[in-house]
Write a protein that binds this ligand. Structure first.
Ligand code: BDR
Ligand code: CA
Length: 313
């Protein structure tokens, strides 16, 4: 398998944190060139501090963390402390970061990396609102054809939304950014709620992380203990959906996922459905395909992969 060189754009967030760990624990398949942060689950200062904490936990302070956008392109910022707690990663006690963010702006870093690396070799993974990537595409349209692929967690097809009946959080927070990305012509893989809602952090799965007997395994279990309580109340399920690591898992082991090529168009105007990923799953519009959209996932295989990789850290 060819090793993917990736940028991770993220708003940690418990599930973002576990996605970062999965990527850092998989050096045979993935090289993380930089982490850029965005306001989303919590404001930018906290998502940046949280990214630094995760890299320190993983012993990977060589990876730069570059703070990006403080607010969406057009809308006011909407955050999710009601899910992730005040810090954005409530649960286990982690020390304040000892390392500092890199200088510069995350949007500039995305442009710089895409211009510096050979065209078609860098994959951009978005785990939060797509503000930074959209701003990069607007500022430097020449980078679009240089991106190998965008792999994004966001949206919902048959599953609807988790913030409104129509909209998933990442797209709802910055629908105008998502609209820019989905119109950009860059190949996209979209992992929507249809997939992530099948990836439940059940008690058994959490206990497997805990029983790794490592600090990282313990912290992962404690993050999930905290994160799942909201979804368990909301959905009445055994465990909450572990969304963002699906993006990294798709890169490492795409056979865990099934989906199809579709047209995805983002609703930006309607008060009722703003942030909806209008997905032509049944190919009824004739609009050109712009995304591979996942649906089915081997959830046991996904958690096996996560447990094995997090056990390496
Ligand atoms: C997405 O929203 C955030 O709260 C999670 O980190 C994930 O990226 C799920 O809707
Ligand atoms: Ca996220």
């Amino acid at each position: 398998m060819t090793r993917r060189r990736i940028l991770i754009d993220t708003d940690p967030g418990h599930d973002d944190a576990i996605a970062l760990l999965l990527a850092l624990a998989s050096p045979d398949e993935i090289e993380v060139l930089a982490v850029t942060t965005v306001a989303g689950n919590v404001p930018l200062e906290r998502t940046t501090a949280n990214a630094l904490k995760v890299l320190e936990l993983a012993g990977r302070t060589d990876v730069p963390v570059v703070p990006g956008s403080r607010r969406p392109l057009v809308k006011d910022l909407f955050t999710a402390e009601y899910i992730h707690g005040k810090t954005g990663m409530d649960g286990p006690e982690l020390p304040d970061p000892a390392t500092a963010p890199a200088t510069g702006h995350g949007v500039d870093r995305i442009v710089e990396v895409l211009r510096a690396e050979p065209a078609g070799t860098v994959t951009v993974c978005t785990l939060g609102p797509m503000t930074n990537l959209a701003a990069a595409l607007q500022r430097a349209p020449d980078v679009a054809p240089r991106i190998a692929r965008v792999v994004a967690m966001g949206g919902g097809v048959f599953e609807g939304g988790n913030v409104t009946p129509a909209a998933e959080f990442n797209i709802f927070v910055d629908p105008h950014a998502a609209d820019v990305v989905f119109r950009s012509g860059v190949p996209i893989t979209l992992v929507p709620l249809d997939t992530t809602h099948r990836c439940l952090s059940t008690r058994d799965r959490i206990e497997r992380f805990r029983s790794l007997g490592t600090r990282v395994g313990q912290v992962t279990a404690e993050w999930l203990d905290f994160f799942e309580r909201f979804d368990v109340q909301k959905y009445g399920s055994d465990g909450g959906p572990l969304h963002d690591p699906c993006v990294i898992a798709w890169l490492i082991r795409p056979a865990l996922f099934q989906g199809r090529d579709c047209n995805v168009t983002i609703e930006t105007a309607s008060p009722l459905t703003v942030g909806m990923t209008v997905t032509d799953w049944w190919q009824v519009t004739g609009r050109p395909h712009n995304a591979f959209v996942t649906r089915e996932v081997d959830a046991d295989g996904y958690f096996d992969l996560l447990t094995e990789r997090i056990g390496r850290l």
